[in-house]
Design a protein around this ligand. Sequence first.
Ligand code: RIB
Ligand code: CA
Length: 313
Amino acid sequence: MKKVVLFADPGIDDTFAIVYALSSPELEVKAIVTGFGNVSKEDATENAAFILHVAGREDIPVITGASQPLTGEYEPYYPEIHGEEGIGPIDIPDTFTYEAKPFSHILEVTSQHDDLYFVDIGRNTSMALSFNLYPFIKDSIKEVYLMGGAFLVPGNVTPVAEANFHGDPTATNFVLESGLPVYLAPLNVTQYAQLKEEHVRLLAENSKNPFRSIFLPIFQYYQKAYEKLQPGLEGVPLHDLYTLYFLTNPDKTTIVQKNVQISTEKLTQGFTYADFRDMENNPEANHFININFDYEDFIKNILRRLMGEIKEN
Ligand code: RIB
Ligand code: CA
């Protein structure tokens, strides 16, 4: 069982990832830390709390993280992909209330558990801040997983950069230099982790999950955005969902061990730099880049998990 602290900016693909994590017997979500990214921190926080409410898992704390990057630069949100408030067409009722925990609550979570997996599917600002403010929490962490980067392939927000690492490259470098083993799920793999409408229709018809009625409308919203952004795709890349699959199935994927750095220069901001002149592993590097996966296994695994019920505590 992997005990997870999940950093997220929900976000439609974040929503699928959170539901996957809550439905996976291999994972136990101990907290969700929210931050700016696809939407504002406030919307991301409400969305995470709402997802946990629908899942019946209000026992999992929602911790509020960063509202701006460490770069000090304004970062745009992405309503055209994720909707004005982040979960596409889903309108959270005004009557919905929740209580989020302050950032310092991370201390409580890390003091209660060992061997945690810190998994970030958004900008890395909050994780970097947690290592900066409370460096000793690293003793409670086994591995870090990040969705981000694009190695020798085009980016998705600039010609060379992927959105999460572009959003706060200073923070990503801080996490990469934390001394912890960091596993990366870059666009090289997530771009191919595509769900098709037929897959989501299967879920809408057969899932035992409380998200059954939500899966199709949020997927279709996201799909429409991608039809404009990247016309001609057969399916739609679920970047964050893939990252949770990677966390549960690293042995089913191809990983290379190399040192990674992120560009903080204006022109190339967010560019992921690693030496790919050969495919040799660098045994001294602390970074593990996922460069390939078995698509059939991914789809089977995802459908199996999302068909099932939310796990109880
Ligand atoms: O580049 C993809 C990433 O950016 C995903 O985490 C998505 O949710 C957006 O934040
Ligand atoms: Ca995300």
